[in-house]
Design a protein around this ligand. Structure first.
Ligand code: PMV
Length: 320
């Protein structure tokens, strides 16, 4: 095989981030933002491609992903291979850029080896690699990026992850989300460790908190299923408040979200959050989206929109 191109979507956590690390359900949705990756023989290299041997030295996560595939298929990839990546998924802000990297790279390497295209296997190898980032990874990110759509996801045990692809779409009649990137300084691993400490400090209070989040997650799915936006919006707001209680929303992001609420909207962080400065991507809803863009402009945060429910990992092209 000379060349293979694959793509995978970014994602958003609608509810249950962090709680999912501790065995509670999460609802995750794929987006129309995608990463495209081409793996090719070095003689076909284009200007913006990089040899995988160089990438392996530079990026321990890329190295880990490749090692997982090598381990599984008892092979080693030659340094004559190169990679080209194009992506419009914001990096390190809660939209699944790492998971998209892991999933596309595993999928490209497995296809290059001429192996069967198995989403289950792609997801598992990407999950194993994700553990380099944080040992307690729930696996919700690689799973939604692999399968796409809207998922009800739960990690019962490290080897027992259950998910259900919801047989309905995010309602078209809901006003679309505006996504605002507040930036973030910490890694997902830092934030997961921070939440883990909270659990150690007061187990009972923590269990109560994640049980409240679980209830919101349940009601949120019902509101999506029933296409009931009147019920959906307050749940986003309650969800945000519980994440703030968990300590994963920075003071500046809290102030930004309060400003959106004051203007009649609702908003929450999506993903691991952030404490020092920003808290990654914030999803916001309002009857008039211009109101949100005005608040975002005031805070000098970039904003954009995306379509929810993009297709999962996809084989784009193979040149034999
Ligand atoms: O890395 P992020 O920002 O997409 O967050 C992942 C979601 C967490 O629940 C915080 C971690 C996990 O492994 O599920």
């Amino acid at each position: 095989m000379k060349k293979v191109t694959v793509s995978a979507p970014g994602k958003l956590h609608l509810s249950g981030e962090h709680a999912v690390v501790h065995g509670k359900p999460a609802v995750v949705v794929s987006t129309s933002k995608r990463m495209f990756m081409t793996l090719q023989n070095a003689e076909l290299r284009s200007q913006n491609s990089t040899r995988i041997s160089d990438l392996r030295k530079k990026d321990i996560f890329v190295n880990e992903i490749i090692k997982k595939v090598e381990g599984k298929y008892k092979t080693s990839f030659k340094d004559t291979l190169s990679l080209t990546i194009h992506s419009d998924i914001p990096i390190g802000s809660g939209m699944g850029s790492s998971a998209a990297l892991a999933v596309t790279l595993v999928a490209a390497l497995v296809t290059y080896l001429g192996r069967l295209w198995s989403p289950q296997e792609i997801n598992e190898l990407a999950f194993q690699a994700e553990k380099l980032k944080h040992v307690n990874a729930s696996g919700s990110d690689p799973t939604i990026v692999t399968y796409g759509g809207i998922l009800w996801y739960r990690k019962e045990l490290d080897f027992l992850k259950t998910f259900w692809l919801l047989p309905f779409k995010f309602p078209k009649k809901f006003s679309p989300f505006m996504l605002i990137n507040t930036g973030r300084e910490e890694t997902t691993g830092d934030l997961v460790t921070h939440v883990g400490r909270l659990r150690e400090e007061n187990e009972n209070a923590f269990i109560l908190l994640i049980t409240q989040i679980e209830e919101i997650t349940r009601q949120l799915v019902k509101a999506i299923h029933d296409e009931n936006e009147k019920q959906f919006r307050p749940l986003i707001q309650m969800n945000e408040k519980l994440l703030e209680k968990m300590g994963v929303v920075s003071t500046s992001t809290q102030a930004f979200i309060r400003a959106i609420e004051k203007a009649g909207g609702v908003a929450k962080i999506s993903g691991a959050g952030g404490i020092k400065n920003g808290s990654g991507i914030v999803i916001a809803a309002h009857d008039d989206l211009r109101v949100i863009t005005k608040v975002a402009e005031k805070y000098k945060y970039p904003f954009f929109q995306t379509i929810l429910g993009g297709e999962g990992v996809r084989l784009e092209q193979v040149t034999v």
